[in-house]
Design a protein around this ligand. Structure first.
Ligand SMILES: Cc1cc2nc3c(=O)[nH]c(=O)nc-3n(C[C@H](O)[C@H](O)[C@H](O)COP(=O)(O)OP(=O)(O)OC[C@H]3O[C@@H](n4cnc5c(N)ncnc54)[C@H](O)[C@@H]3O)c2cc1C
Length: 418
């Protein structure tokens, strides 16, 4: 008899929806998903999914619909502050040649819609508008989730897939752990721009970095996702949430002036193009980037945190969704080891996942630091360093923006679990 007959999943983001599909399909477990929002979230811009994550989306059966909605152009181009091209990097074609999978940039809504459609087509129940208020766990029998509408549900195992501010973590698994501000904030939007621009294009200014990237390769529906990443101090208020809300209002109200001020530094036709792109933005999203400290607890006897709920990292390596997918695939394999006690499986899950997660989290923090404010000398040194770096890349293609090729070739299904 299987040790796990029923799983409750809290959160219908990428982690929760992927877990629902995998556990029902591969582990033959009955799954129910509970989501806080009234409907699938339409927040967020476009996200990058590298080969290690794209491969898993294919195994979930959603790669084909995503290919129609996303962009797979491989190159990353860095422009100098004068608007000239400092260099162009394409490490993705090599990875694609080895794995069959490259890189995808896609609107977050497209990925959520594709996963949710598949979950619903598989008959997995997803309950929206469910706010978790209590977790009651009995190591011997099961875990019971109680929601604010008075309903409750019990399962053998609960997956907390409820993001960086996870209620499963705060109410039960690790109430002491709080997200910390990275020092970096992001402003972004998606705008329709008829252009044949391909790949990611980034420019580092003295006040932060500006990047633009197509969200789709479909020329008729060409939209560009642009984002500004810069250092902003945490509000000096007793209640940080109130402070950020006040700051967000100011940023959103004054975004055109802020952007024009930053883009004015960038010269040439590239500067004019960026000016044109951001002038088409009617509104923007503003996110202070938070992350979770590494010391957190990931599981109890019958509850385990997956994805951002366990290990939210800064977005500057584009691995957040892929780390959530890898978590799901590993957990699914471990839950098939029916002779091992459940808690041993959860312990092994954490032992295997932690080193990889911590490595990406530290790469992301380093990359984020490139967007801190710089004086003229620091700007010149940085641009010279990048130019030299692109030159070195021509000599040795192994060196790659803090990205190691083996990290993207990694296949979680090949990791030894015996
Ligand atoms: C500015 C920015 C840019 C990013 N760029 C990238 C990128 O390029 N590539 C990439 O891979 N990642 C990126 N990320 C990170 C990525 O978005 C996350 O790593 C990913 O969404 C994590 O998925 P998740 O399912 O674990 O959590 P989430 O996506 O946060 O989903 C959690 C879900 O749980 C729900 N929920 C929350 N609380 C409760 C509750 N109490 N009860 C029930 N449901 C609840 C939420 O409504 C949500 O639906 C970026 C993040 C930010 C902030």
């Amino acid at each position: 008899m299987p040790r796990i007959n029923k799983v409750i999943i809290i959160g219908a983001g990428p982690a929760g929806l992927a877990a629902a599909l995998r556990l029902q399909d591969r582990n033959n477990i009955s799954v129910t998903v509970y989501e806080l929002r009234e409907q699938p979230t339409h927040l967020g811009g476009a996200i990058n999914i590298p080969a290690n994550g794209v491969r898993l989306l294919d195994r979930l059966g959603v790669y084909e619909p995503l290919l129609e909605g996303g962009s797979i152009t491989p190159q990353m181009v860095v422009h100098s502050i004068n608007g000239n091209e400092l260099g162009c990097l394409d490490h993705i074609s090599r990875i694609k040649a080895k794995t069959g999978y490259g890189f995808m940039r896609i609107k977050r809504t497209v990925i959520i819609d594709a996963l949710l459609s598949k979950v619903q087509a598989c008959g997995i129940p997803v309950h929206f508008n469910k706010r978790l208020v209590a977790v009651d766990e009995d190591a011997g029998t099961g875990a019971t989730m109680t929601f604010s509408d008075g309903s409750c549900d019990t399962a053998d195992l609960v997956l907390g897939c409820d993001g960086i501010h996870s209620a499963v973590r705060k109410l039960h698994v690790d109430p002491e752990l709080t997200p910390e501000y990275s020092g970096i904030s992001s402003m972004s939007s998606i705008v329709p721009v008829p252009t044949d621009l391909e790949g990611m294009h980034a420019t580092f200014t003295s006040q932060g970095s500006v990047a633009v990237v197509p969200c789709t390769d479909n020329l008729e529906e060409k939209e560009l996702f642009w984002f500004l990443t810069r250092h902003i101090p945490e509000p000096d208020t007793a209640d940080k949430r109130d402070g950020w809300n006040e700051h967000r209002e100011k940023e959103v109200a004054g975004f055109k002036n802020t952007l024009q001020d930053i883009i004015r530094e960038i010269g040439g036709s590239w500067g004019s193009f960026l000016h044109d792109v951001v002038s088409k933005a009617e509104t923007v999203n503003f996110y202070p980037v938070y992350r979770l400290p590494h010391r957190g607890v990931w599981h109890t006897s019958r509850c385990v945190l997956i994805g951002d709920a366990a290990h939210a990292m800064q977005p500057h390596v584009g691995q957040g969704v892929s780390m959530a997918l890898e978590d799901v695939f590993l957990l699914s394999r471990l839950l098939k080891k029916e002779s091992a006690p459940l808690e041993d499986c959860l312990r092994q899950f954490e032992t295997i996942r932690r080193p990889r997660i911590e490595e990406f989290a530290s790469q992301a923090a380093n990359n984020g630091n490139r967007s801190r404010q710089k004086g003229p000398w620091q700007m010149a040194m940085m641009e010279w360093g990048m130019w030299a770096w692109f030159l070195a890349r021509r000599v040795s293609s192994l060196w790659s923006w803090g990205i190691r090729e083996e990290d993207w070739l990694y296949d979680i299904d090949e990791v030894d679990i015996d």
